[in-house]
Ligand binder design. Structure first.
Ligand SMILES: NC(=O)c1ccc[n+]([C@@H]2O[C@H](COP(=O)([O-])OP(=O)(O)OC[C@H]3O[C@@H](n4cnc5c(N)ncnc54)[C@H](O)[C@@H]3O)[C@@H](O)[C@H]2O)c1
Length: 340
C-alpha cells in the first residue's frame, strides 16, 4: 500500500517535493498545508490531497500520515522548520525536512533529540549526495580503491544576491557542501575560516574554510554567493594514497585518476542523471524506499543528525573567523544545549 504523504509549506521547494511524490507509485499525497490559504488550495488542486492552513488542523483531522515533508523557510532559509517539525515528531510522524535543518543549533538539536526519543525516522533533504555518481565514488572509498584518504578539495558556489544576514551564505548554502564533505571523508575535527565580502556586498559572501578530519585527513571548502552562471555549481576532489576522484556538479561527471599510471576512468551522467534538479527525486525517493523497508530511526541516510553535524561545522567556521582562531567542532557542540 502506498505511503500517505503530507507536505508542509508548498512554495517553490514544497512543490518540487509534491511533484516527486505525485510521480512515485509508492506514495499518495493526502495533505498539503500552507499558512497562505491560496498556496495550500492551489497545491491541493495540482497535486491532490486535502488543503490545510496549519499543521495543528492537519494533525487534528482524521487524515492518516506516514510521512511529511517540511518545506518551510524563514531566517537564513531555516528558522521556520522547527515548529512544524516538532509538532509532527510529537505526533509520531516521520519527517523529511529541508536544509538547513535550522539556523539555530539549539533548535536543530531539539528536533534530532525528539526524533531519537520517539524512535522516528527524521531525514533532511541533503540531496547533493543522493546521486549515482556520488554513490559510485563512495563505493570506491569503501572498497579501498583510493587507499587512505589524504585530502578533500570542495567548491560550491552560486549567484545569490540576498543580503538578509551576515552569515546567510554560510548557513543557507553550505549545509550541502559540508554534508558532501562528511559523506566522503567523515567527521570534521577542527576548522579555520577566512571570509570576504564580495564587491558591493554587506555579507560574507565568499569563504575559504580549512578542515582537519577526525581520521587525520585534511581539506578545504571554497564557497561563494558571487558566482556566475557559467561557473558550474560544485566540484569535489578527494585524494587518497592510491588515487583520486573528481566529481563535478554532484551528478554530471565523475573521473578516477590512479596514482600509479595515467589511465583515467571517466563517467558522465551515471544512472542517467543529467543535472542537479534531478537530485530531489533521487533523494526523496530514497527516503520513501527506506520507510517502506522499515528503516529504524538510527539508520536513516541523510538524517537530521547528519544535517545538524553539517551546521555545527558552519558554526565552527563562523567562530573561527570571528575570533581568528582554529576551532574544535566539538567545542561548538558543547555550548549550552549543543550537541555532545
Ligand atoms: N535542497 C535543496 O537543494 C534546496 C534548494 C533550494 C531551497 N531549499 C530549501 O527549501 C526550503 C523552502 O524554500 P522555498 O524557496 O520553497 O521557500 P518558499 O518561501 O517558496 O516556501 C515556503 C512556504 O512555507 C510556508 N510556511 C511557512 N511557515 C509555515 C507553517 N508553519 N506551516 C505551513 N506553511 C508554512 C510559506 O507560506 C511558504 O509558502 C528552504 O529551507 C530552503 O533552504 C533547498
Amino acid at each position: 500500500m502506498a505511503l500517505k504523504v503530507g507536505i508542509v509549506g508548498v512554495g517553490n521547494i514544497g512543490s518540487i517535493h509534491a511533484s516527486v511524490y505525485k510521480e512515485n507509485p509508492d506514495t499518495e499525497i493526502v495533505a498539503v498545508c500552507d499558512i497562505i490559504k491560496e498556496k495550500a488550495d492551489e497545491a491541493a488542486v495540482k497535486f491532490g490531497g486535502t488543503a490545510f492552513y496549519s499543521v495543528k488542523d492537519m494533525l487534528a483531522s482524521n487524515v492518516q500520515l506516514d510521512l511529511v515533508s517540511v518545506c518551510t523557510k524563514g531566517e537564513e532559509n531555516g528558522s521556520e522548520h522547527f515548529a512544524p517539525t516538532m509538532e509532527l515528531l510529537n505526533a509520531g510522524i516521520p519527517v523529511l525536512g529541508e536544509k538547513p535543518i535550522s539556523n539555530n543549533i539549539e533548535e536543530g538539536k531539539q528536533m534530532v533529540d525528539l526524533a531519537r526519543k520517539n524512535k522516528l525516522p527524521y531525514a533532511v533533504n541533503l540531496n547533493h549526495r543522493f546521486t549515482p555518481a556520488a554513490e559510485r565514488a563512495k563505493s570506491w572509498l569503501e572498497s579501498g580503491r583510493l587507499g587512505k584518504i589524504h585530502m578533500i578539495n570542495m567548491r560550491m558556489w552560486i549567484n545569490n544576491p540576498v543580503e538578509s544576514s551576515p552569515w546567510f551564505h554560510l548557513r543557507a548554502l553550505h549545509p550541502h557542501s559540508f554534508d558532501v564533505i562528511r559523506y566522503f571523508c567523515g567527521d570534521v575535527k577542527r576548522v579555520a575560516a577566512f571570509m570576504m565580502k564580495g564587491e558591493g556586498r554587506a555579507i560574507w559572501s565568499n569563504a575559504q574554510i580549512i578542515l582537519e578530519f577526525e581520521n587525520g585527513a585534511i581539506g578545504n571548502l571554497v564557497g561563494s554567493y558571487d558566482a556566475g552562471a557559467s561557473y558550474g555549481l560544485e566540484l569535489c576532489e578527494v585524494v587518497g594514497s592510491k588515487g583520486r576522484f573528481v566529481l563535478e556538479d554532484a551528478c554530471e561527471h565523475l573521473t578516477f585518476y590512479p596514482r600509479a599510471g595515467i589511465e583515467t576512468e571517466k563517467y558522465s551522467h551515471l544512472g542517467g542523471m543529467r543535472a542537479f534538479p534531478e537530485t530531489f527525486k533521487s533523494r526523496i525517493n530514497s527516503f520513501v524506499d527506506q520507510l517502506i523497508t522499515g528503516v529504524t530511526y538510527d539508520r536513516v541516510d541523510g538524517s537530521g543528525e547528519d544535517a545538524l553535524k553539517a551546521q555545527l561545522i558552519i558554526e565552527a567556521a563562523i567562530k573561527s573567523w570571528e575570533t581568528g582562531t582554529i576551532v574544535d567542532v566539538k567545542e561548538v557542540g558543547l555550548i549550552p544545549g549543543g550537541v555532545k
